[in-house]
Design a protein around this ligand. Sequence first.
Ligand code: MLC
Ligand code: AMP
Length: 503
Amino acid sequence: MANPLYDTLFGRHAESDAVFLHLADGVTLSYRTFLEMAAQYAGLLTEVGLKPGDRVAVQIEKSPQALAVYAACAQAGLVFLPLNTAYTPDEVAYFVSNSGAGIVLCDDRKRDGLAPIAERCGAQLETLNEDGSGSFAEKAATCPKSFQTVSRDTDDLAAFLYTSGTTGRSKGAMLSQGNLLSNAETLRHEWRFTASDVLLHALPIFHTHGLFVATNITLLAGSQMIFLPKFDLDQMIAAMPRATTMMGVPTFYTRLLGDARFTKELAAHMRLFVSGSAPLLAETHVQFEQRTGHRILERYGMTETNMNTSNPYDGERRAGTVGFPLPGVELKITDSKTGETLPKGEIGDIEVRGPNVFQGYWQMPEKTAEELRADGFFITGDLGQIDADGYVSIVGRNKDLIISGGYNIYPKEIELLLDEQPGVLESAVIGVPHPDFGESVVGVLVAMPDQELNLDHIKENIGKSLARFKQPQKLVVLPELPRNTMGKVQKKSLREDFADTFV
Ligand code: MLC
Ligand code: AMP
């Protein structure tokens, strides 16, 4: 019996009493204890009738328990489907229904909101709280602390991560065991992770960065994580002297630099700082080196592909670039219209191919075919160029996307909601520079003739169904939207007009 993902990341630590997680309150959790909990969860998930390949939707706060559900899914051959804890019940309803999840795990606070959804979708519902309590934990406690690992293949699905679309509908990116493992192995090697590393982990664990990049590498190396519930400056500063590495979105770095306690001495014990998920300003890179002597290693990835490129561990980490394609990953710059590969130095679509590239979007063959070519190249929607030395830079996006504090926000989803509001004729949602989040959301509205818009009412209305981080931080009303001769809304012009909104 073999299960590559479980055996490689988890199973081989089953007898290890080494520390896996350092929790905020000074408590540690060994690999063995963590895996016993996971085995109990795997036992319960199987006992309640889930079969290999079934989806497990999880909306629980960051905790060892949440991570143990990931391990349990791997061991029982189930598909792990983590969801942003900020999603509203309306948003979760789509994911549960679209994925056909067999069970929804949430914390007790969310139970009332999600119970009717689970019932409607024919999914079971259990609770698991960050303190380890909840109906799921109680039932799992009666299960054996070992579980017969279900046999799986590298082609079998391990996780679904939903990513929003330019049409406003989220798509379930199907990731196989092989996708996750190949990338973790490459990154562990490229970034030199060993059992003596201690990763300062403050990212959420429902996205690629905190879940796969950070956690899978740690598991592969048999190293430790200081597992903070979220980014908190005081906790980061207190924990940093005990860490050797950190991974973060650019907001982590600008916030650290904004605090005088973050000094060269504080970072002296660190060997590596990794940034990704959003563009790191070259200025932040420079300031960081001046303050700490460390050059941040910037890499580039996405939900559908895990990591594609990385600046070198040894060698020049070049500010404003995302480095070189990772070993095993092919990257080319193509002409958006013809798909032809462009010569070095020219700007075009970034396309990638390799064992990291996902299996397609769940039950959306047309969407998959639009973005994943028959020859295996995935059209990322990012615009980039490769310089004479081979460094890749991301220079823009060929997709209407806002990245705020590392979270992706698709304007279309918000525009569809705004357009439904009383008195709204049409809307355009744009991202503009923000000092903390990199980009932030502005909603531009046009009223129907002779209608006065009640912006407070609109804000309240959309807040009922849209996660807080997606909601426009500012709504403005214009007499009309700028359009080109073809009638297409000119978002570039709006972005210029509102560029100073938050700076
Ligand atoms: C929180 N808020 C945000 C926000 N995060 N608003 C916009 N953008 C964000 N990213 C809002 C909350 O709703 C709340 O609103 C207020 O800000 C404070 O909430 P908080 O929970 O205290 O926020 P904070 O801790 O400050 O969080 C900011 C953050 C966090 C940057 C630390 O968002 C974060 O950890 N981001 C990382 C996202 C990430 O992991 N991305 C990787 C995706 S994977 P109010 O109004 O209620 O006060 C990927 C692939 C790859 O992209 O390459 O890695
Ligand atoms: P997601 O769909 O959440 O996985 O986000 C992936 C997107 O984040 C990519 O397509 C890029 O647009 C962006 N991204 C990730 N890493 C970087 C980076 N280092 N620099 C610029 N953009 C990035």
